[in-house]
Ligand binder design. Structure first.
Ligand SMILES: [Zn+2]
Length: 325
């Protein structure tokens, strides 16, 4: 099933079973010559069924359509190769494309990273339960790399690629200046806060993210189109709230560290307040999947403070321990 946003711009709701994000908003720009599909859903049957049904109903022939991936996460990229026709281009940023390539050929092993965060071994052993791994692409597309400032045109919409690193190292937004439409991916979401986590080879993700938010706040956006859920205020208002949220978390983190010097990222996460599915949960009943997100996010906040000399850390040969400096 699809919904018309306006003119030849449509959205297909792709369900994400057992996932707090609920749905992915896949967007379609229907063109006479070629169409564009923006983000796809996990590589699992429920997603494939919803996406291909919507594309069929819209009369999209994937032999005359290209795909734009806002970022590498499997809930956005998982079906790209599955639905591609023979001539389909799959646009993505070089940093995210290279990470997907590396993960595809080398697999993902987060053992060292999770150990350094202070995860217990039994939880590290379950890392392959992650949907990021289970529902990723089985065939790697031949990516077409796009970068900040590039222009692509589909169905009369001339769109500028905007680099917005933070949520992933190479996250992209797409802006149609004439119609003031912005495809936001997971850069700005409205009733959930985009997850910011740690990356190998991409330092200070939260610093990059806040910078990218400031950048997007300068655009005139009439129709914001996020990757998940609905829109509830202007992009600029939402950006203000997201930046304030990270400020509150960082201050809470510094307070906890002052009281408990030497905590690991994992133990610090356990002492922070978290809301899962609308309730405040204790760390002990936290689902493991949410723990990976939470600890990654704590890590990104600690890295932000570390880069600015506000915390220091010591390595005991296995785990990093953090101190207020
Ligand atoms: Zn994402």
């Amino acid at each position: 099933m699809y919904t018309q946003i306006e003119g030849n711009v449509y959205t297909i709701q792709v369900p994400l079973p057992d996932n707090p994000l609920r749905n992915l908003n896949s967007y379609v720009i229907k063109g006479e010559r070629r169409s564009l599909v923006i983000d796809t859903g996990f590589n699992r049957p429920e997603c494939r069924e919803a996406l291909t049904t919507g594309l069929d109903e819209l009369g999209i022939d994937m032999n005359r359509a290209d795909i734009f991936l806002t970022h590498l996460h499997s809930d956005h990229s998982g079906l790209a190769s599955e639905i591609s026709g023979e001539s389909t281009k799959v646009y993505v940023s070089r940093p995210d494309g290279e990470i997907m390539r590396r993960n595809f050929f080398n697999g993902i092993d987060k053992t060292q990273e999770y150990r350094a965060f202070g995860f217990p071994e039994d939880e590290i052993a379950r890392q392959n339960d992650s949907p990021a791994i289970k529902y990723s692409q089985r065939v790697l597309p031949d990516f077409t790399f796009v970068a900040d400032g590039d222009i692509i045109e589909y169905g009369g919409h001339r769109m500028q690629v905007i680099s917005t690193p933070g949520h992933t190292p190479g996250h992209l937004c797409l802006y149609d200046r004439a119609n003031r439409i912005m495809f936001l991916g997971d850069h700005v979401l409205f009733d959930i806060t985009p997850n910011i986590t740690c990356w190998m080879g991409f330092s200070d993700p939260l610093g990059h993210y806040v910078h990218s938010l400031m950048d997007i706040s300068t655009y005139d956006v009439r129709v914001p189109l996020p990757g998940h859920r609905a829109v509830s205020c202007t992009v600029a208002e939402r950006i203000g709230t997201i930046i304030e949220h990270h400020g509150v978390r960082i201050r809470e983190m510094l307070d906890v560290l002052r009281e408990n010097p030497g905590l690991s990222t994992y133990d610090l996460s356990g002492r922070m307040s978290w809301r899962v599915r609308g309730k405040t949960n204790s760390w002990a009943d936290f689902p493991l999947q949410q723990k990976w997100f939470a600890v990654g996010e704590t890590g990104a906040h600690l890295e932000y403070l570390l880069c600015r000399g506000r915390v220091r850390r010591e390595f005991d040969g296995r785990v990093w321990h953090y101190f207020d400096s």
